[in-house]
Design a protein around this ligand. Structure first.
Ligand SMILES: [Zn+2]
Length: 260
């Protein structure tokens, strides 16, 4: 039996989480990845570079850390192999990225925003590559054998300027201890960069404030979400909720959360 060509809307993953350097995704939106894994979503993390030009940690160390973080998150992981500090949007890097998307076939891509000059230039360029690959991924005339064209449904941006209003925020308060474990996989970065840990927490407090919870992770999308089937009546957590749950003396399950 020959290998069957996948249809352009056949998915292998729910989410492809893209970051320029190993740790960008896990430190930036690791809590959301944990929440989405709890919902049963399949996730692949794509690191554009090996982080080899970082001030702290060798390429080997950072690769090992990336593998450990993915394992802790129960996500798959891949490396695009671009050069750290030299990520640039070109047709060549776009096509390289298209190849990776077609190989992994995600429903949606989550990536660093393409316009945030205060950040590492690799982050913006990563966003530009993703933005420019989104539609051409479908084009049959761009050949990436053996991988067939693929339709990505949407892009959700993370790591965007504070004065931009998020399109949605994921409450990560309950998974902060689990996130700490994931974040700690990147020992070479977490406590070597001055104020880094505090900065990660500041981002989460700010995002959380948008939805009235202690810690959140914020996302931006260019087009509205299709909210059919989503419970749009729930905004902030019911303050009595945790008390009620404690009184019931049982563990939270996603089902109960939906039913309350
Ligand atoms: Zn980075």
């Amino acid at each position: 039996m020959g290998m069957r060509k996948p249809k352009s809307r056949e998915f292998k993953y729910d989410i492809m989480a893209v970051g320029a350097h190993p740790d960008d995704v896990e430190h930036g939106i690791g809590g959301s990845l944990i929440q989405w894994r709890k919902m049963g979503m399949k996730i692949v993390i794509l690191h554009m570079t090996g982080g080899e030009m970082g001030t702290h940690g060798s390429k080997g160390t950072r690769r090992k850390e990336a593998l450990a973080a993915a394992k802790t998150l129960k996500c798959d992981v891949d490396f695009l192999g671009l050069k750290d500090t030299e990520v640039r949007f070109t047709i060549e890097t776009r096509n390289k990225f298209i190849r990776a998307v077609r190989k992994h076939r995600p429903r949606v891509i989550v990536a660093q925003y393409h316009d945030y000059p205060r950040m590492h230039p690799d982050h913006e360029q990563t966003g530009l590559i993703v933005k420019n690959a989104f539609r051409p991924c479908r084009f049959a005339q761009i050949k990436t054998p053996p991988h067939a064209p693929h339709w990505v449904e949407n892009i959700y941006w993370h790591l965007f300027p504070f004065d931009m209003k998020p399109s949605f925020v994921v409450d990560v308060t309950d998974v902060m201890p689990a996130w700490e474990k994931v974040a700690a996989c990147y020992e070479s970065q977490l406590d070597s960069i001055p104020n880094y840990r505090e900065r990660l927490m500041r981002f989460r407090r700010l995002a959380g404030a948008h939805i009235g919870v202690p810690y959140g992770e914020a996302f931006l999308c260019d087009v509205p979400l299709n909210a059919t089937g989503v419970d749009i009546t729930r905004f902030s957590p019911d303050p009595d909720y945790k008390e009620e749950e404690r009184a019931r003396g049982s563990e939270r399950s996603p089902q109960r959360r939906r039913d309350r």
